[in-house]
Design a protein around this ligand. Structure first.
Ligand SMILES: CSC[C@H]1O[C@H](OP(=O)(O)O)[C@H](O)[C@@H]1O
Ligand code: ADE
Length: 291
């Protein structure tokens, strides 16, 4: 099986450089258009696809990002491993602005997004106890260490709906009661959808601020986030450039089971499945639906 790395760039990361045969291309999906064209090419002999989550020029709000189309489009292009890059606020003193956090867990507080490819006509339930691919996360950690950025292994990412930042009471709840480490607005449902699409998924959260809880820091504002995200973007691009060499061009099925997440997950009896729904699932669930 050939590795193809898909990178989803967050706030501040709208392009990557250095791809051979680089080409921005339109990808159509049954879930609508992705956030933008997708930049494809090759780096160190490994195929890559880059998609800016909010679109070039940051046109989609966290709620309006077409998460299903984005994941479907990457799957359709042949991506095997998705590395998501996200700006985030920090709930921990030692996770300082400029630091990277390799996420391992999520709490999903979003409520206004389509969160599944499945539903009436084809119902499926995938496992999500470990939403991050631990194998891919280890490669991201190694890449971060190679470029010398301060990186923290593991962290729980609270996904809020936004677009407003949190109140002080919310910030304290997530930090002091729920024990979250970082906060952002996009990690979910992206990670859920990647699992449904049988894609390995890892997330690099780049700290831009201390959200609202920190007594020694002003409440977060967007100018501060943008300024720090811009500085983090250079490190993100350097990290991404290390990934092809670390992952390699050929790969076996993921030992963590990401590539086979849909095995046994579809509940709807074959005779009761809606052909129109199945058609939309051609890329995401083609492996199990082809029979
Ligand atoms: C620009 S401030 C808030 C915005 O930044 C983060 O986006 P992303 O995760 O795509 O880097 C955060 O989640 C919000 O969407
Ligand atoms: N404090 C914060 N809350 C939510 N999303 C963010 N993105 C960057 N900083 C954030």
């Amino acid at each position: 099986m050939q590795t193809m790395i898909g990178v989803i760039g967050g706030s501040g990361v709208y392009e990557i450089a250095g791809l051979q045969d680089a080409q921005w291309q339109d990808v159509e999906t049954p879930w609508g258009a992705p956030s933008d064209q997708i930049l494809t090419g090759t780096l160190d002999g490994v195929k890559m696809a880059f998609l800016p989550r909010h679109g070039r020029g940051h046109v989609h709000s966290p709620t309006a990002v077409p998460y299903r189309a984005n994941i479907d489009a990457l799957k359709r292009l042949g991506v095997t491993d998705v590395v998501a890059v996200s700006a985030c606020g920090s709930f921990r003193e030692e996770y300082a602005p400029g630091d990277f956090v390799i996420i391992d867990q999520y709490i999903d507080r979003t409520f206004a997004r389509d969160k599944s490819f499945f539903g009436t006509g084809c119902v499926a339930h995938v496992a999500l106890a470990h939403p991050i691919c631990a194998r891919l996360a280890q490669h991201c950690l190694a890449a971060a260490r190679e470029i010398g950025v301060t990186v923290h292994e593991g962290g729980t990412y609270l996904t809020m709906e936004g677009p407003q930042f949190s109140t002080l009471a919310e910030s304290k709840l997530y930090r002091d009661v729920w024990g979250c480490d970082v906060i952002g607005m996009t990690g979910m449902p992206e990670a859920k959808l990647a699992r449904e699409a049988e894609l390995c998924y890892a997330s690099i959260a780049m700290v831009t601020d201390y959200d609202s809880w920190h007594p020694d820091h002003d409440a977060v504002d967007v100018a501060q986030v943008i300024a720090t995200a811009g500085r983090n973007a250079e490190n993100a691009r350097a990290l991404i450039a290390r990934l092809p060499a670390l992952l390699g061009g050929a790969r076996d099925l993921c030992e963590k089971g990401c590539d086979t997440a849909l095995t046994g997950a579809i509940m709807t009896a074959p005779a009761k499945r809606d052909p129109d729904v199945l058609k939309k699932l051609d890329a995401v669930a083609g492996r199990v639906l082809k029979g």
